[in-house]
Design a protein. Sequence first.
Length: 107
Amino acid sequence: MCALCGVLGGEGDWAEATGIAVPDASLTRRAQRQERVRLANSVLRQFGLVLADWQGAKYQLASRTGRTELVDNLAQVWQAAERILGRACDPLDPAVIARIEQSGRTG
């Protein structure tokens, strides 16, 4: 399959369903997607990574050094993070959670 077909023909992810992963179902689909990106970035910044929406169809994950990867859904973000970093990337690591709580922000 060519890259363009992969972008256009992907199946929806469970997290993209209205109201899932973002509790405010009154937000537009695009706004919910942006909120998911914001929340994911609160964790990813602990690893020096940044996630961005890519054309409403994929996500772009980037490191401080410019390494980037496109992924189809949020579940793939963590696998891509490990490939980019070359090491484990556990968003549930107690030290990561403590740093997020200490910073007092999620976005």
